[in-house]
Design a protein around this ligand. Structure first.
Ligand SMILES: [Zn+2]
Length: 137
């Protein structure tokens, strides 16, 4: 019985050793590319404004690329993917109707003045995107 238990403990140790380097290299990558900002810090800056907080919560419920957007953020801007649900979230939370004919749009949150920029795809291989300021002002 005891040796069986030891074997399990050894196995658990091996598994945790194997997963540890992956976790730390992910963190290293994140802090380098987003100027030290973690997903939590980005969320905290949105939570300060109820309107932006609702928008981000909705976005994270329907899109899975929030962490990627944080990882790849440049100069304090997040590139969110554009789709039907993101379009509805913008309308619902900020009151801006961005229809299918819109090619470029700039708006701000009426409460915290966070800037939102919509840019339609210029070429067919590109996709439309929504650029959102991480820290307003
Ligand atoms: Zn806001």
């Amino acid at each position: 019985m005891a040796s069986q238990f030891d074997r399990i403990i050894t196995l658990v140790r091996i598994v945790s050793c194997m997963s540890a380097p992956t976790g730390s290299s992910r963190r290293k990558k994140r802090s380098r590319q987003s100027g030290g900002m973690t997903s939590d810090a980005v969320v905290a800056s949105f939570v300060a404004c109820p309107r932006c907080s609702f928008f981000l919560t909705g976005y994270r419920l329907i899109n899975t690329d929030f962490d990627t957007a944080v990882d790849e953020s440049v100069d304090g801007w997040l590139d969110f993917s554009w789709n039907h649900d993101t379009r509805r979230l913008i309308l619902k939370n900020f009151g801006y109707r961005i229809d299918t004919e819109t090619t470029h749009f700039e708006g701000i949150c009426q409460d915290c003045r966070r800037v939102l920029i919509f840019k339609d795809a210029e070429e067919e291989r590109e996709s439309a995107m929504l650029r959102v300021e991480i820290v307003p002002g």
